[in-house]
Design a protein around this ligand. Structure first.
Ligand code: BGP
Length: 485
């Protein structure tokens, strides 16, 4: 679009930062918390980088006051964090653990005390192990009631203090890595039929929780956070343009259409029916999904990278290429679905040490697509750079590469706003350094450096990186400093 005068970020824009319970809290057996699928999974040899776990993570469980004070000093307007289901219901259902309630009540109060808006993710992947043992977790439809019961408990206890709710974090990622590529729990490989059924259960859980929130009188903002990887066709060869179209239906609209419209995309459904992978829907499901779609008030977007789509022959690459979890650049393999699409590298863009494409324009593309397709406000619930950081002898961390990454993304976000997108919030991933699920602690995302490596026993002391001071200024000027020469 033609350049116009800058409109800047709206007044009251929520400048934020995000985390997730398993990645920051630690205290995995404290105060009555139940075991989770991740507590179990990380103990299987070979699953995570150097066998790292979130047993102690970055000790947010004991240091949350210090962390929130650092957020307040930075001027943060919203803190997005997740609640560990197994702290509230150690067995997934049944008896409530009051100490779990107390912990999150404290976090919420601490945020409020500092005028930081708490943004709560109800489920960010750590599932009570008891539900996996009882009925296979997300594989059974029984989970819908348990999830809704858990969500209602949160609405009941915290509904008056929390105005922003995210039902599920990256349903597309935890189900793909859990049931297709075996990289996340439950570690299943190529179980497509179950994968789509699991997703249907998750959609129903999301939808019923949204409806329950409204039935309980909730007037705040509610939606799901989707890991959106927008796509570009390799070129104007129609076969590649159709590959992009198919990719979008199968990898993006399959989720966003259900959140935004309450229905599955037709072409993708026709394809899955042909393959025998289509999910089973019970009578009344479609109506519930449609009703819930009318009640969500934003689309949550976790944006890290874009991709390229090219036609993939029947004997072409599969979804099971090696993922780069070591930070050795160039070790990730090309993936795709034979007969449909593959995702070659984008020659116009640089990549991180973990081979993630760096594409600020892609963030604007996401916002524009959501705005025209769903007409919904947008919460950028995650965006950030995973990198090797070095603490110097004077305790400084010069992460100019992170500043550059965030700055370019925010400039594109501002353009999206200028072009008509209603963006409510932007959360950097992450506030402190934390556990990167499969990549250990060496892949750092924080504005705050945490003194720990893969081994346990380090001080866990916090140090402000250069990006901390930079973001502080961005917030102070409501984004104006992004455009300083
Ligand atoms: C998202 C998750 C986050 C976070 C982030 C970075 O998919 O919601 O929890 O981990 O990605 O990914 P990674 O840690 O794999 O680098």
């Amino acid at each position: 679009m033609e350049e116009r005068e800058r409109t800047g970020f709206p007044e009251g824009f929520l400048w934020g930062s995000a985390s997730a319970s398993y990645q920051v809290e630690g205290g995995y057996q404290e105060d009555g918390k139940g075991m989770t699928n991740w507590d179990t999974f990380v103990r299987i040899p070979g699953k995570t980088y150097k066998a790292t776990t979130g047993d102690t993570a970055v000790d947010h469980y004991h240091r949350y006051k210090e962390d929130i004070a650092l957020m307040a000093e930075m001027g943060l307007k919203t803190y997005r964090f997740s609640i560990a289901w197994a702290r509230i219901y150690p067995q997934g259902n049944g008896q409530i653990n009051e100490k779990g309630i107390a912990f999150y009540r404290d976090i919420i109060e601490e945020c409020r005390k500092h005028q930081i808006e708490p943004m709560v993710t109800i489920f960010h992947w750590d599932l009570p192990q008891a539900l996996v043992d009882a009925y296979g977790g997300w594989e059974s439809r029984e989970i819908v009631d348990d999830y809704v019961n858990y969500a209602k408990t949160l609405f009941q206890y915290f509904g008056d203090k929390v105005k922003y709710w995210i039902t599920l974090n990256e349903q597309n990622i935890f189900t793909s890595l859990g049931w297709l590529t075996a990289q996340h729990p439950p570690g299943k490989f190529d179980d497509q039929k179950t994968f789509y059924q699991v997703n249907h259960h998750a959609f129903m859980a999301h939808a019923k929780a949204v409806l329950a929130y409204r039935e309980m009188g909730g007037t705040g903002e509610i939606g799901a956070s989707f890991a959106y990887t927008p796509s570009y066709a390799l070129d104007c060869n129609p076969i590649n343009v159709m590959a992009k179209r198919d990719y979008d239906e199968l990898k993006n609209f399959w989720w966003m259409d259900v959140y935004g419209y309450g229905r599955y995309p037709k072409a993708a459904m026709a394809y899955l029916k042909k393959k025998g992978f289509a999910p089973h829907l019970e009578e009344g499901d479609e109506e519930i999904l449609k009703k819930a779609a009318k009640e969500i008030t934003f689309m949550g977007v976790n944006y890290y990278q874009s991709c390229v789509c090219e036609y993939n022959p029947l004997d072409g690459v599969t979804p099971y290429g090696t993922m780069n979890t070591t930070g050795v650049k160039g070790s990730a393999q090309e993936v795709g679905i034979p007969g449909i699409y593959k995702n070659p590298a984008n020659p116009y863009l640089m990549t991180t040490d973990w081979d993630w494409t760096i594409d600020p324009v892609g963030l604007r593309f996401c916002c524009r697509e959501i705005t025209s397709r769903y007409g919904l406000p947008i919460v950028i619930s995650e965006n950030g750079l995973g990198a090797f950081d070095k603490k110097e002898e004077d305790d400084k961390i010069h992460d100019d590469y992170r500043i550059c990454y965030l700055k370019e993304h925010l400039k594109e976000l501002e353009k999206a706003i200028e072009e008509g997108c209603d963006v409510l919030a932007y959360c950097t991933w992450s506030f402190t350094d934390l556990l990167s699920w499969l990549n250990g602690y060496q892949k750092r995302y924080g504005l705050i450096y945490v003194d720990r490596e893969e081994e346990e026993g380090a001080s866990m002391n916090r140090y402000k990186k250069d990006s901390y001071y930079w973001y502080q200024e961005v917030i102070r000027t409501n984004g104006a400093s992004l455009f300083d020469k």
